[in-house]
Design a protein around this ligand. Structure first.
Ligand code: 5GP
Length: 131
């Protein structure tokens, strides 16, 4: 069965999309740990990020690098932090999280936010403008 991220990529489930190319897709995390928290997802569905073909794996990070550069320009932060967790959704993905303090990269459920739709749209637009 297709993962929730494949359904997002295929347009069956809505998302706040940031960017897409032939191989990869980026969109805002629905429960961000910080504003602008973005997920970068390979279109080929595999559970574990280190199981990808090396070239395709390298391409994922190259794509993520572009998204992170746009996030850093668009949002108030010191840098963009990276996490690869994958314990919730079994479709590999990179978390890109705008950071100001060390503790900003905290994935404890109690730290996750739900932002109003208008704010999610506004954040996505800001990042897209910097791409
Ligand atoms: P992980 O698998 O890395 O532990 O976490 C999965 C991440 O995907 C979580 O941060 C969660 O908020 C996010 N997520 C789960 N379902 C959806 C969804 O339907 N839409 C979006 N945009 N994000 C989701």
């Amino acid at each position: 069965m297709a993962s929730i991220f494949s359904k997002i990529i295929n347009g069956e489930i809505p998302c706040y999309k940031i960017a897409e190319n032939e191989d990869y897709f980026a969109f805002l995390d629905i429960n961000p740990v910080q504003k602008g928290h973005t997920l970068v997802v390979p279109k080929i569905e595999k559970d574990y990020i280190f199981d990808y073909d090396p070239e395709y794996y390298a391409g994922l990070w190259k794509f993520a690098q572009k998204i992170a550069a746009a996030q850093k320009k668009a949002l108030p932060c010191k840098r963009i932090g990276i996490a690869v967790i994958g314990l919730e959704v079994p479709h590999a993905h990179i978390h890109l999280v705008p950071l100001t303090n060390e503790g900003d990269l905290d994935f404890d459920a109690s730290k996750k936010k739900t932002l109003p739709a208008e704010e999610m749209v506004e954040i996505a637009e800001k990042i897209k403008k910097e791409l």
